[in-house]
Design a protein around this ligand. Sequence first.
Ligand SMILES: *[C@@H]1O[C@H](CO)[C@@H](O)[C@H](O)[C@H]1NC(C)=O
Ligand SMILES: *[C@@H]1O[C@H](CO)[C@@H](O)[C@H](O)[C@H]1NC(C)=O
Ligand SMILES: *[C@@H]1O[C@H](CO)[C@@H](O)[C@H](O)[C@H]1NC(C)=O
Length: 196
Amino acid sequence: MSLAAVLLRYALVSLVSSLLLVAAMPSFDGVTSWSSIGNLVPGLTHLEGLGPSTTQGTANHAPFYLSIGATRGNPGNVTMYRNKSPPLFYIHQNQLWHYHNDSTILPVNVHNTTRSAQLPLQMIADPALGGVPGGRWRWQATMLFYENGAQNNQGLFYSCADVNGLNGMFLFLQCSAPPPGCTPFTVHSFNSNRMV
Ligand SMILES: *[C@@H]1O[C@H](CO)[C@@H](O)[C@H](O)[C@H]1NC(C)=O
Ligand SMILES: *[C@@H]1O[C@H](CO)[C@@H](O)[C@H](O)[C@H]1NC(C)=O
Ligand SMILES: *[C@@H]1O[C@H](CO)[C@@H](O)[C@H](O)[C@H]1NC(C)=O
């Protein structure tokens, strides 16, 4: 398939979510090959988790990546682990999306699963937009931020594993102590051509 056909296919399939992304794509004139889809669609990026339990700079460094706790391409709870084949994400119009393939692009929603003002919100890759309304995802340098109204998560995410019923990736909208048993992470894109 030619590059033009690939781009057209991407544009058609992701029309609903990505009209402006496509419109804002830089010109590919003169460029003839790409090593990966991450270069083909600007902004696609793995999201690496950094935190006290990560091992940057060590010989056996195995990075943590934002992942989805489901068979590839299916909706599921967002997770963080040493994924050797991490999924791709991008932000478009303040929404975080998981890109699986041309026909499967899932929004990452923020859900009030705990139904509590004190407990954190959960990140879930859903079939359609939903969850807590009014949220906005953005980059601050390499760091992923979530904000809602005047509040934001300070770039902090918590990976929780079945502690007090918390299972997955969580965030707070107000400054809060980490939930017991949860591991803090900041989440980063080190892809220099990601889009805002
Ligand atoms: C995309 O992935 C889904 C889920 O794995 C699959 O059902 C579908 O056939 C794939 N579509 C394309 C265009 O590869
Ligand atoms: C996904 O999150 C929900 C809501 O927090 C939880 O009830 C469920 O057990 C989680 N699923 C998996 C597979 O961890
Ligand atoms: C989550 O739900 C609880 C109970 O309905 C509510 O008090 C709280 O404000 C909600 N949090 C958000 C961020 O919507």
